[in-house]
Design a protein around this ligand. Structure first.
Ligand code: FAD
Ligand code: NAI
Length: 444
């Protein structure tokens, strides 16, 4: 029997706790979380804010009570404040402010990430919001009820920014979306795809301010304007969504860190100290598309890294196969999915990369209803022919196709092998010469 202590119980911590409790009932599992809720699906935040779902209740899939029913001891609203790694002890405060300490045999750090807040004049003005927690979403929704909030400026046109821009527009607000990059979603897609999303946002009435740097947020007590190096925008509310940074407060002076501060872990999720694991957004991942360590903050990575750490902490040896950063987004009718590297990023990393593109209807033309075009790009290494990335866009739900590319990158499949891969045909679903095969066959 080991004492396993998990610090942080959102997606990563909950997944680790459940894996240990259901597979290894002999261990004593204790969970600490600073917040009053766990398992909030941030990915549903935009749907909630945009009134596309009836409420937030379905966005939670676990609770203190559920973990307790599986046998865990759970302390909510109890932030860990210090860890003595040499003596295997965690010092925390409970919800009444009382200090207490817990000893462990194995420690799993699952403290996640924090929104990056740019050091801008005016960042502390009223109605300048960050969005990560359930409580942040509640706060934003309460403010949106105020009819004086007419102009909403979203800073950062990454995944959160683009999703929330749609949500605010659905609320009838005048929305401006700003990014320093000259397009939206630059990390995930190449230009032919970002152009589609840009057009989609523009057609739906969102003001786009790409290639602009925010220099100041102006106001009295409340924010009134966002000033960039090129323009000034009226703003009754500002959302800061320019990325996450790992929450490494408890280990930054003791554990080895990645360049952005994430806990450096091996394929067992173990940190630089034995018996100390790190999972989810506070830890690094092994990225198969670059065959190196990376930082990719996604709930999917959190859940899987937690399973790996849980088994290892509980005494079984398993290794992570690594990740590809697979992701997806649906804005109005447009759906986009990607995995691995974009062509731009691959070239930026010095890889001799090429892309093969194809666009076609999903199904044969004689299927007259529910037949949309799909655009695909596959990125591959010119020398090894290895597939290193893929992107797809359509009004049709073609999302499942990206999983095959994720596996192809993980398993180092070549573009030539993909060209001859058995892909079934049925007119209800696709074409005999479907876009995946055609893109692969067309590769130089
Ligand atoms: C709006 C939004 C939409 C998103 N959409 C998607 C999506 O569609 N798909 C996707 O894959 N990802 C999405 N993400 C990202 C995803 O939410 C994160 O990757 C995920 O939350 C990471 O989970 P985690 O458990 O590692 O960390 P976190 O969610 O950051 O949780 C960390 C937990 O640790 C606790 N904690 C921190 N410090 C302490 C301490 N000292 N003591 C005790 N407890 C502590 C916190 O209270 C928290 O509960 C989205 C995020 C946001 C904000
Ligand atoms: N559908 C999904 O899978 C979703 C995933 N997430 C994940 O959550 C994490 C955080 O999301 P985001 O905050 O949207 O980060 P992000 O990394 O997706 O996007 C950040 C954006 O901010 C821009 N930016 C950076 N600094 C800036 C500055 N000073 N001024 C203006 N723009 C600036 C970047 O160019 C980038 O476009 C990411 O890892 C993301 O993948 C979030 C929402 C949905």
């Amino acid at each position: 029997m080991s004492k396993i202590l998990i610090v942080g119980a959102n997606h990563a911590g909950t997944s680790a706790a459940k894996t240990i409790l259901t597979n290894y009932p002999e261990h004593e599992v204790t969970v600490l979380d600073a917040n009053s809720n766990i398992s909030f699906l941030g990915c549903g935040m935009a749907l909630w804010i945009g009134n596309q779902i009836s409420g937030p209740e379905g966005l939670f899939y676990s609770s203190k009570e559920q973990l307790e029913s599986l046998g865990a001891k759970v302390y909510m609203q109890s932030p860990a404040e210090k860890i003595d790694y040499d003596h295997k002890a965690v010092y925390a405060k409970d919800m009444d402010g009382n200090e207490f300490s817990l000893n462990y045999d194995k420690l799993i750090l699952a403290t996640g990430s924090l929104p990056i807040i740019p050091n801008l004049p005016g960042k502390d003005l009223e109605n300048v919001q960050k969005v990560k927690l359930y409580q942040h979403a509640q706060d934003v929704i309460a403010r949106l009820e105020n009819p004086d909030i007419k102009n909403v400026v979203v800073v950062g046109a990454g995944y959160i920014g683009v999703e929330l821009a749609e949500a605010f527009e659905r609320h009838g607000k005048n929305v401006t979306l700003i990014d320093v990059a000259d397009t939206c979603l630059p990390t995930y897609y190449d230009e032919p795809f970002t152009d589609m999303m840009r057009e989609n946002l523009r057609e739906n009435g969102i003001n786009l301010a790409f290639g602009e740097t925010v220099v100041e947020l102006k106001g009295d007590t409340k924010v009134k304007e966002v000033v960039t190096d090129k323009n000034t925008y009226p703003a009754d509310m500002v959302i800061l969504s320019i990325g996450f940074r790992p929450n490494n407060e408890l280990g930054k002076d003791k554990l080895k860190l990645f360049k952005n501060g994430a806990y450096l872990v091996d394929k067992k999720q173990q940190t630089s100290i034995e018996d100390v694991y790190a999972i989810g957004d506070c830890a690094t991942v092994y990225d198969n598309s670059i065959q190196d360590t990376n930082y990719i903050a996604l709930a999917t990575n959190s859940v899987r890294s937690a399973i790996v750490a849980a088994h290892n902490a509980a005494g079984s040896f398993i290794e992570s196969p690594g990740v590809q950063g697979s992701n997806g987004i649906a804005i109005y009718d447009l759906k986009m999915v990607s995995t691995g590297l974009t062509l731009k990023r691959a070239i930026g990393l010095g890889i001799d990369a090429l892309a093969t593109d194809f666009e076609d209807f999903q199904k044969p033309e004689f299927i007259e209803e529910g037949n949309e075009k799909v655009k695909i790009r596959i990125v591959y290494d010119k020398n090894t022919r290895r597939i290193i990335g893929a992107q797809m866009a359509s009004k049709h739900d073609m999302s499942m196709g990206i999983h095959m590319f994720s596996l192809a990158i993980q398993e180092q499949v070549t573009i030539d092998k993909l060209a001859l891969t058995d892909i079934f045909f049925l007119p209800h679903f696709n074409k005999p010469y479907n876009y995946i095969t055609m893109a692969a066959i067309s590769a130089k």
